[in-house]
Design a protein around this ligand. Sequence first.
Ligand SMILES: [Mg+2]
Length: 254
Amino acid sequence: MKKVLSFDIDQTLNIAKTPIPDEIADLLKKCLDHFEICPISGQKFDQFLIQIVNRLEGATPEQLSHLHLFVAQGTQYYRFNKEKNDWELVYNYPLTDEQVTKISQTIEKSAKELGYWEEDKLKEGDEIIENRLSQVTFSALGQKAGTSEKYKWDPDYKKREAIVKKCKEYAPEFDYEIGGTTSINAITPGMNKEFGMTHLLEELKVDKKDVLYFGDMTQPGGNDYPVVQMGIDTITVRSHEDTAYALRGILGVI
Ligand SMILES: [Mg+2]
């Protein structure tokens, strides 16, 4: 039997950017009694709390101790400390200050040259470029802008593709991924899910064959593909409904 169930988040456990639905929360809680549960995604720790942890109402500290959060593609790992009744950071592979500065300047310069630097539209105290430790994130309208406003900014990705193209010219040593509705994430190459999954195996002291992974972007070029390439058993889902279906099956045979 598998020891670890690992999950992409957006479109695998939820509708992108929203908290997991009741059914998934309920199934994950049940799974915590039998497996180590490891969500892994490019998002920050706060989002893991909002989208997953806060939805597991009634989960005991014992259950939470089997939940492992692989944040920012697994460049940060948090686990639940039962004694302290809180999450603790186990490791973190941040970008260096020089890398953060270079990426920030490159994105700002590229966006300004294209006329996409929307500083005047920011809400008070908000910022366009955010240092998320293991990645630098550009959010064209800041973090606090409304969803519909954000959606209208670049629905066909053309603006961000143009920014990424320029960034690639100015600082080709980094990878730039388009995400969300207004975002570009800059990372160092290789900081993808293979990095996170390799550390997961090490930290949980398990073998590849002990892991079952769920993701919606398992095709070549998709952000779940590195896991497939590692030879880890993978279930490709179209949405959280497929995941729920598979989890019911798994729980049904335990
Ligand atoms: Mg996904």
